[in-house]
Design a binder for this molecule. Structure first.
Ligand SMILES: Nc1ncnc2c1ncn2[C@@H]1O[C@H](COP(=O)(O)OP(=O)(O)OP(=O)(O)O)[C@@H](O)[C@H]1O
Length: 243
């Protein structure tokens, strides 16, 4: 029995089956389906209000879908939320609380929830370049630094699925580049990654597939082989123009 469970974990699969979201009269997300395999990065693009955060919030388990199923490595979210949430990392688009904590306390808090060692915290603080800010209160950090901290929190426990809402917002060009390199490394480790962005070049650099969302529906799914980033970026811009 135990062996079977392990095998299913190695499948590295995310399945969304006809997931939808209705807010009173507003159908924010029409039945939406997608599949992802281990090591794949899917990027959600689309104009303001298209439904990207709606999809990400459902995936992160913080918004309940009106209908449909989310299954991660054989675990159905609705049936076993605790097991599902234990396998994901989520980077929201803004800090909601914990502003009084220092950078170190903030990461230690998340590390203790996920039984991650203090060595790993030290390593990640180095990686996100916040060593000198370790004792600084989170609320005193710049927007870009807060983004880096939120990203660190999301990858701290090496999740199977990493979900990020506009992760490069506020990052300077150096850290955007670091972000791109980090995503490439995480993909090679087999992590499934899904995020939204308005930065078409970032999408073209790391996305294996770009899903263009329009008015709560999948308007276009583009496969990206990474061989022609400028050409791919132009195709994406065309989608923004025509939708
Ligand atoms: N809590 C909520 N209550 C009611 N409507 C909501 C709520 N959250 C989102 N919506 C609506 O759902 C639709 C999709 O919003 P969503 O935030 O998913 O868009 P988005 O693609 O992430 O946009 P942006 O690029 O501006 O962040 C919008 O019409 C929005 O007004």
């Amino acid at each position: 029995m135990e062996v079977k469970e392990k095998e299913s974990k190695l499948d590295g699969n995310l399945v969304l089956e006809a997931v939808s979201k209705q807010y009173k009269k507003n159908q924010a997300l029409h039945p939406f389906s997608m599949r992802m395999r281990a090591g794949e990065c899917v990027v959600l693009c689309g104009g303001n209000g298209a439904g990207k955060s709606t999809i990400l919030n459902i995936l992160a388990g913080i918004s309940k879908p009106t209908a449909g199923k989310v299954i991660l490595n054989g675990i159905e979210m609705e049936k076993d939320k605790m097991a599902y949430v234990a396998d994901i990392g989520y980077m929201p688009d803004e800090f909601l609380a914990q502003g009084e904590m220092s950078v170190w306390e903030f990461l230690r808090f998340y590390a203790s929830l996920r039984m991650v060692s203090e060595d790993k915290i030290d390593q990640i603080i180095m990686q996100i370049g916040l060593v000198e800010k370790m004792q600084e209160q989170v609320k005193a950090l710049s927007k870009g630094m807060r983004q880096r901290l939120l990203l660190a929190q999301a990858i701290l426990a090496d999740p199977e699925l990493l979900i990020m809402d506009e992760p490069t917002n506020g990052l300077d060009p150096f850290w955007i580049n670091e972000f791109i390199e980090l995503i490439q490394i995480l993909k090679k480790k087999g992590m499934m990654i899904v995020f939204s962005t308005h930065m078409m070049d970032v999408a073209a650099e790391v996305g294996d597939r770009i899903l263009f969302i329009h008015e709560g529906k999948l308007a276009e799914s583009l496969v990206n082989d990474g061989k022609d980033i400028p050409g791919f970026t132009r195709r994406l811009l065309e989608l923004y123009r025509s939708n």
